[in-house]
Design a protein around this ligand. Structure first.
Ligand code: AGP
Length: 591
């Protein structure tokens, strides 16, 4: 996933503006950066490996009113200066930045090389400016050339293009997000995410899949890529404050977002009750309900299998989005797909939605990012209202997603108010738990185990998905090898891994499986493990106890929070940047 940003309009600091704006999108990708400024009838292009936050934008002070910029998360081609965007046509008149994957790029590259085009990089992206250059041999209209080129692509793309002989900025998207900001007065900003231009405008228009937009900074035209037909758009005012999108008093977004769970769970619970009842009815009437998500969002779905079973006696199935493909064999128009995604742009989830829709199944989305592709393409959406989640490690989105699932499960059992009360009480308990002393205790524990190479987490029932989620959190920010298991599975293999002093975390509640998970924990202890218990009560088997409130069906929401904090401190102590972990991106918009 990459960050892309372009501007065209009356301002003359477009080069500096797009660099500064892109720094707000660094969480989308930070292998390399690049900018192309149209100055007169020339393009000044600069690019390099490294983080865009290190770039001094004052070096781009030339008078320029049309510019595009990019931060890369490498997919095709290594992290090198040559592979950084923008990419140019042979004659140097066209510059392009791109997010996504052109899946038929190899075939197109061969076709273009046979026509004499010379390529400089290993990327799929570089075929775009060369194909536009080829299309300009049959039309003198730049936007038409871009359209014709896009109609040759297979795969996902969000792209910006400029030409030395045209004062227009052209953008097109299929599968990767692009949002248009601004008005004819301010000029127009086009980016893969809103924080890029929040300092300049709050007026946005969403580009949908299969659409392109052409603007000279005063006029703007949205059209269908395939047909060229105009697609009128309405302007929407963004209500986020800049502070919400920034770190505030915290050193890292991850810590800020963990702490925001004091309020975000309550916000997730405050849903329109009519809507919740409608969704519960949809699940009741469906011939099979499938919960689909990736990574952390997938763990919210795994936990929801237990919520629906225990609270409502309802059978639902979780499937990782990337594994959903073969489900089409039994999906029907009466099946219900519930997709969960923080960013609302995850390619594997979009793919699963397409499969479900091809069978006539209904799709409900539980998302955080309003206006995201998943939000707009679902038949029905619920927003968790967690506010912008910028750290790559998802924290407040997870607890918000689980809160919404618990609410729906209670509605299914005709006990919606009981569910709301439980969740609001849980939110209040979490608020009390997240105090400085608790943080210090966990920081000390991180100090103690920071040099360990392996760490295991066990859980049972709805704490089993949290054991899996704990592993993701610890892996992705501290790079410690962490694995989560169902407690009962230990004796079938993983217990062979336990040595003297191996740190093992046991996630425990106060429920019908507490005795079982405690006996699994004793098995670990008997092999020499250093046992960290996350539980409402202390037990002798614990070497270290991280106390959590008793949460009933919401126990997973409270149990995962000390692990989020532990993962954060492990990362910081090991000298890692918890907000931008290696090899990962905030939203995986490629399959
Ligand atoms: C979670 O910490 C990871 N960053 C990752 O597993 C993430 O949850 C996954 O990529 C799904 O993202 P989404 O919620 O935006 O769809």
């Amino acid at each position: 996933m990459c960050g892309i940003f372009g501007y065209v309009g009356g301002r003359t600091d477009a080069g500096k503006l797009v660099i500064d704006g892109l720094k707000n999108l660094e969480y989308r990708g930070y292998d390399s950066w690049g900018v192309a400024c149209k100055i007169g009838t020339e393009i000044r292009m600069e690019k390099d490996i490294g983080k865009i936050s290190t770039v001094d934008s004052s070096a781009f002070a030339d008078a320029c009113s049309l510019a595009i910029a990019h931060t890369r998360w490498a997919t095709h081609g290594g992290v090198t200066k040559r592979n950084a965007h923008p990419h140019m046509s042979c004659d140097g008149t066209i510059a392009v930045v791109h997010n996504g994957i052109i899946e038929n790029y190899a075939e197109l590259r061969r076709e273009l090389e046979a026509k004499g085009h010379a390529f400089q990089s290993e990327t799929d992206t570089e075929i775009i400016p060369h194909l536009i250059e080829e299309e300009l041999k049959s039309t003198d209209d730049f936007a038409s050339a871009v359209r014709n080129a896009c109609n040759r692509f297979e795969g996902r793309y969000g792209l910006l293009a400029l030409h030395t002989l045209s004062q227009t900025l052209v953008a097109a998207r299929t599968g990767s997000p692009l949002i248009v900001g601004g008005t004819r007065k301010d000029g127009y900003f086009i980016a893969s995410d809103i924080p890029a231009f929040m300092d300049y405008t709050r007026t946005v228009q969403y580009l949908d899949d299969g659409e392109m937009v052409v603007t000279d900074g005063r006029s703007i035209l949205f059209t269908d890529i395939a047909t060229g037909e105009e697609r009128p758009k309405r302007e929407i005012e963004i209500t986020w404050t800049i502070e919400e999108a920034q770190k505030g008093a915290y050193k890292h977004f991850m810590l800020k977002e963990i702490m925001e769970q004091k309020e975000s769970i309550t916000r997730a619970v405050n849903q329109d009750e009519e809507q919740i009842m409608t969704l519960a009815e949809a699940i009741r009437n469906a011939q099979g309900t499938f919960l689909v998500g990736c990574g952390t969002a997938g763990k919210a779905c795994m936990a929801a299998e237990y919520f629906f079973s225990v609270i409502a006696g309802k059978h639902v199935n979780f499937a990782p989005a990337s594994e959903f493909k073969l489900y089409h064999h039994f999906l029907t128009s009466r099946s219900l797909l519930i997709v969960v995604s923080q960013s609302g742009e995850t390619a594997d989830v979009l793919e699963a939605m397409k499969i479900a829709k091809s069978k006539g199944s209904k799709v409900l989305a539980i998302v955080n990012a309003k206006g995201s592709t998943i939000d707009r393409e679902a038949d029905y959406s619920l927003h968790i209202n967690a506010g912008p989640e910028r750290a790559v490690a998802s924290t407040k989105a997870l607890t918000g997603q689980m809160a919404v699932f618990i609410l729906i499960a209670y509605a299914l059992a005709d006990k919606l108010q009981e569910g709301k009360t439980l969740l609001l009480e849980t939110g209040a308990k979490i608020n009390d738990m997240l105090n400085p002393r608790y943080m210090e205790r966990i920081e000390k524990l991180a100090e103690r185990i920071q040099r360990k190479q392996d760490l295991y987490i066990i859980g049972k029932s709805w704490n089993y998905p949290m054991a899996m989620e704990s592993a993701i959190k610890i892996q992705e920010v501290s790079y410690i090898h962490a694995e989560g298991f169902a407690g009962g599975e230990l004796k079938h293999g993983p217990i062979a891994l336990i040595e003297e002093g191996t740190p093992c975390i046991a996630l425990v509640g106060k429920d019908e499986v507490t005795t079982d998970i405690l006996s699994n924990t004793i098995e670990l202890k008997a092999r020499g493990a250093f046992v960290i218990g996350v539980a409402p009560e202390r037990y002798d088997v614990f070497d270290e106890w991280l106390k959590v409130p008793e949460g009933g069906a919401a126990q997973p929401l409270v149990n995962i929070i000390p692990i989020q904090i532990l993962a954060y401190f492990l990362a910081v102590k090991r000298g890692k940047d918890p907000d931008m972990p290696r090899n990962l991106a905030k939203s995986v918009t490629v399959k």
